[in-house]
Design a protein around this ligand. Structure first.
Ligand code: NAP
Length: 312
């Protein structure tokens, strides 16, 4: 392995956990590489206004926040590249990360690949994705300005995104399968007070219908199984996330499939850390992902220093 492709610390995933870890590790003296298949920022890129990050007041957009994080990490020497990681392995105390034919090596490795959107799995969802079915209001909302929009889910994402969509249309309907929202109280209260958003409780999606584009949605009551059809132009789905663990199937996970770590972000494999939404933990927020990343960097610095000391 050439010196150019050997790093102290490789981070897979350039979401806010990965970028935070890159900044702390590079500033702490580790030669650090961040690899992501997409542009840096991950899920946080889609946050219209990051209003609950302590001290970031007035708030900024998620996109601006991620651009700042990347530039801050780079200012300390971290290298951020856009490539798809195909596999990883570890021989002795060296990890190798394969990106097709290219490979990069390191002593410590952080898995920060986050979580992806859960699908509903109902008829019409896959067929009409990109034709009115969407999982990102910031990305696709502007295509439906002034249109009739349905939002599915009762968590923070559904409520936040419905609020954002209500800046584009007066005709938003949020559908939740239970009779109370899961979202944090402040988020839920604000949603319920928004006159542009109608909420249908106790209903689940049975089918999304349309010829070439979304034209209607069928809902089924969870109380009496009554089915109703509603015309609409778009269905934004926020049914939660599932962790992206394909690269590390060998690691122990909790019942939700999230990677188990200790308080130092250490996984069961020595020198391999996990941070952010992929990690088993009670509260997933930008601020907790950033914290995970910093702790992982702190652990990696001690680990790499010990390896280097042992080799002297
Ligand atoms: P979430 O909290 O897991 O909520 C998912 C929602 O989708 C739940 O209300 C769930 O219903 C519903 N759901 C799941 N499967 C469904 C199905 N098949 N059909 C219909 N509804 C379904 O996910 P999230 O809102 O994406 O949030 C993920 C994490 O990010 C959370 O920890 C959240 O706090 C955090 N987050 C925070 C903020 C913020 O602080 N402003 C913003 C976004 C996200 P049930 O309630 O019945 O389970």
């Amino acid at each position: 392995m050439s010196e150019e492709t050997f790093y102290d610390y490789i981070i897979i995933g350039a979401g806010v956990a990965g970028l935070s870890s890159a900044q702390y590790a590079a500033r702490g003296g580790l030669k650090t590489l961040v690899i992501d298949v997409s542009m840096p920022g991950g899920q946080a890129l889609t946050i219209p206004t990051l209003e609950n990050y302590p001290g970031l007041y007035p708030s900024v957009s998620g996109t601006q926040f991620c651009v700042n994080m990347k530039e801050q990490a780079e200012s300390f020497g971290a290298v951020v590249i856009q490539k798809a990681v195909s596999s990883i392995d570890k021989i002795s105390d060296v990890f190798t990360v394969y990106c097709g034919k290219e490979k990069y090596s390191s002593y410590a490795l952080l898995i920060a690949t986050g979580a992806s959107h859960r699908k509903l799995g109902v008829p019409g969802e896959a067929e009409l994705e990109g034709r009115g079915v969407s999982y990102c209001a910031t990305c696709d909302g502007p295509f439906f300005k002034g249109k009739k929009i349905f939002v599915i889910g009762g968590g923070d994402s559904a409520c936040d995104e419905a609020m954002f969509l209500s800046t584009l249309s007066d005709d938003i309907t949020l559908v939740h399968r239970r009779d109370t929202l899961r979202a944090q109280k402040a988020v839920a209260d604000r949603l319920l007070a928004n006159p542009k958003v109608k909420v249908i409780f106790n209903s689940k999606v049975k089918q999304i219908k349309g010829e070439g584009r979304v034209q209607s949605i069928e809902l089924e009551s969870t109380v009496d199984a009554a089915v109703t059809e509603h015309s609409c132009d778009a269905v934004f789905i926020f049914a939660g996330m599932h962790p992206v663990t394909e690269l590390v199937e060998m690691l122990p996970k909790d019942e939700g499939g999230y990677i188990k770590t200790d308080d130092e972000m250490q996984t069961l494999m020595s020198g391999m850390y996990a941070a952010g939404d992929i990690r088993s933990k009670p509260f997933r927020q930008v601020v907790t992902a950033v914290s995970d990343g910093a702790i992982a960097a702190h652990s990696a610095i001690s680990y790499v220093m010990k390896i280097k000391d042992d080799k002297k």
